[in-house]
Design a protein around this ligand. Structure first.
Ligand code: SF4
Length: 695
């Protein structure tokens, strides 16, 4: 809305999209909201096109500004009052729970929710609904790296060092990461590294924009990264490049790993992965002989049914070379979603309570229950990982009602057509969002919520740095915050305790709940964040230091030592065969973010990337009789996608790629495999078997 004659207002905040959380200033001129880049340690004054255009959604014509209700006979969504909508939600929850038990209602959150919202959502599920069924879409993002980090280091903080350390690493190994498209301002740190004479090695089945800048690009067959890591460690062992003092003083379990990687002969791994022995050797040498070296993984390594073991193979390599905790060196994961890090720390994961505590730990339950003012024995136990939860909806014994906050699983879930059917079969589907996402379009009740420029709160970026989100303006009439919705529903459901609406009050409670846990925020206050460029957890003491770098002296394990775990290569859950002879992999493009609900509605981004495509190598295209722009079908055992062909020598001839931001016939997740990692519950988004044909 325009405000003629009113002086401009400004708010120093952060981009609403990815985990880099670039600093920006929002300026409300009275006629429009402008985005200006702001100096911040992660983006150093840069923004990508998603950040530059983020304000376009604030007054977007498709913005939801009133609750929507579907009549019980399955008609169209119609506008409704908040009272009518929340009454319907509360009544629906009561009916489902009285007929089928408390676990018949489930909650699904998102990695973009603020820390306060993620915390309140976990508390709402366990205290107001008393259901064990809560999980979130971050399960599909970095959960494999989180599980690998916890079992090796005793804690999961994506980067255990500030991002600026990348610029000082002599050797940087990026595995399955494409920041040139997903987090472009991060490339400023890589440019620093190159200026200082550093060496960049990228492992990726595609010659991405990032891989094209590398000194060395390893282009393995999707799903063989683990074998590549074991072969590099094999070479380091053979050459005597292991840091024996570090291994002896700071780790446990190396002998078992040594025995395992002894069998990973480089020549055999070359046959398996397609990565030449010379490149494996060059990688080992560059990592082992550098004064400082960093290994980073992202979704390409992690989104596999063996994602935890794949990340572990790279963690083993880092430990054997003595990198974690050494100045300017280490292992880290590039978390993806805006609050991907904080979103997993405050209790919206099926197995966790706030402070990154385990829900099955009696001491953790006692502590959190005390903060919440409820009996510990009334708290539900662990639920199931995100895909298992969604897959069980409406089935015998599965939840019959679902509340979704900040997520769009109709586009983002693997084997998405099945999940869509499950959602359609529910007794009650409630979606809180600010746009009518593909999931919201199926809902019985849609609740319109505030956007990032209209709310205060905190997020925790990929470095474990807690940041302030600052409101620029009031939300439009008819829109409520997620916190207000949870508080109102809790009251209607006769929850035993109050749910605060003020994010500052929620944060104070979160601090107490996290105190003493692995992700300890007890010493973090909004004032302290304001006074610095954020605060790194753990920060247990308001008067003590925060922790930009972890592991310098010890690891947070019972004996202070990191743990090696031997891991072995195993084939993908689905291998190519005569009927499905091509590998399929998915990823992101520069102009779009996650399920595309937001970025597909921004005109400049739509112009930059108007639709999906199927990237295939010219040799494969020639065999199939496909030319540039032809509509092709990519068919797996689960479904198909249709999109124009984009021919590129950047991809292996045995693999095709499609971005996962698009819906309808171009939905990549109609094709992907729902095989899960047994430890993390991560689906195998990054590889399945398909056939490709001209449509
Ligand atoms: Fe926003 Fe991420 Fe782009 Fe930065 S890199 S502007 S945080 S989307």
């Amino acid at each position: 809305a325009t405000r003629p004659g009113v002086p401009p207002r400004e708010a120093a905040t952060h981009c609403p999209y990815c985990a880099l959380q670039c600093g920006m200033v929002l300026r409300d001129t009275g006629e429009r909201v402008e985005v200006l880049p702001r100096q911040f340690p992660t983006n150093r004054g840069g923004l990508c096109q998603k950040g530059w255009t983020a304000a376009e959604l604030l007054d977007h014509p498709e913005r939801l500004t009133t609750p929507l209700l579907r009549d019980p006979t399955g008609g169209k969504l119609r506008p409704a009052s908040w009272d009518e909508a929340l009454d319907r939600v509360a009544a629906g929850i009561r009916t489902v729970q009285s007929g089928h038990g408390r676990d018949a209602v489930a909650v699904f959150g998102g990695g973009g929710l603020t820390n306060e919202k993620a915390y309140a959502l976990g508390k709402f599920a366990r205290v107001a609904l008393r259901t064990r069924h809560i999980d979130y879409n971050g399960r599909w993002c970095m959960s494999s790296a989180a599980a690998a980090g916890i079992r090796a280091f005793g804690v999961d903080r994506g980067l255990p060092f500030p991002l600026a350390d990348l610029g000082r690493a002599e050797t940087l190994l990026l595995v399955g990461a494409n920041p040139a498209e997903t987090m472009p301002p991060l490339m400023r740190h890589l440019a620093d590294q190159r200026r200082r004479g550093g060496r960049l090695i990228v492992v990726d089945p595609r010659a991405t924009a990032t891989a094209r800048q590398a000194d060395l690009h390893l282009q393995p067959l999707p799903g063989t990264d683990l074998a590549v890591a074991n072969a590099v460690l094999h070479i380091a062992l053979t050459e005597g490049w292991i840091d024996r003092d570090y291994v002896a003083a700071r780790t446990e379990g190396f002998d078992a790993v040594r025995r395992t990687v002894a069998g990973y002969w480089p020549a055999e791994v070359e046959r398996l992965s397609g990565v030449p022995v010379a490149d494996l050797e060059a990688t080992a040498r560059a990592l082992a002989t550098a004064g400082s070296a960093i290994i980073l993984t992202a979704r390409g390594a992690e989104q596999h049914a063996k994602g935890v073991d794949t990340v572990t193979a790279f963690v083993n390599l880092a430990l054997a070379l003595g990198l974690p905790g050494r100045s300017g060196s280490g292992y880290g994961c590039l978390t993806g979603q805006g609050n991907g890090q904080g979103g997993r720390e405050h209790g919206q994961k099926a197995d966790q309570l706030p402070g990154y505590r385990r829900v099955d730990d009696p001491a953790a339950r006692e502590h959190v229950a005390r903060v919440w003012g409820v009996p510990a024995d009334g708290l539900p136990g662990p639920g199931v990982p995100a895909y298992r939860l969604l897959e069980s909806l409406g089935t015998s014994g599965g939840p019959r009602a679902l509340l979704v906050f900040g997520s769009n699983p109709v586009v983002s879930a693997p084997r998405a057509a099945r999940i869509e059917r499950r959602l359609r079969g529910l007794d009650l589907l409630v979606v809180a969002d600010f746009l009518l996402s593909e999931t919201a379009a199926l809902a019985d009740v849609v609740l319109p919520v505030t956007q990032w420029a209209e709310e205060d709160g905190t997020l925790t970026n990929l470095e474990g740095r807690v940041l302030r989100r600052r409101a620029l303006r009031e939300p439009p009439p008819g829109v409520r915050t997620d916190l207000a919705i949870l508080a109102d529903l809790a009251t209607r459901l006769d929850a035993p305790v109050r749910f605060p609406v003020d994010p500052r009050v929620v944060f104070e409670e979160l601090r107490r709940a996290s105190a003493g846990g692995p992700a300890d925020y007890a010493g973090v206050s909004w004032e302290r964040i304001e006074a610095a460029d954020g605060v790194f957890w753990p920060c247990p003491d308001p008067d003590g230091p925060d922790t930009p770098r972890l592991f310098a002296d010890s690891f947070p394990t019972p004996d202070g030592r990191a743990r090696f775990h031997p891991v072995t290569h195993r084939p993908a859950a689905e291998e190519v065969c005569a009927a499905y002879p091509v590998h399929f992999t998915t990823g992101r493009v520069l102009a779009h973010y996650q399920s595309g609900t937001q970025t597909r509605r921004v005109a400049a981004l739509r112009r930059a990337a108007p639709g999906a495509f199927v990237e295939l190598h010219p040799d494969l295209a020639a065999r199939l009789g496909v030319t540039e722009g032809d509509e092709v079908r990519v068919v797996s055992r689960r479904g198909e996608l249709r999109a124009p062909a984009r021919l590129s020598p950047a991809i292996r001839p045995d693999t095709v790629f499609a971005p996962f931001h698009f819906a309808g016939a171009a939905r990549a997740n109609s094709v992907t495999n729902d095989a899960l990692d047994p430890v993390s519950g991560m689906p195998e988004f990054k590889i399945c078997a398909v056939r490709v044909e001209k449509a």
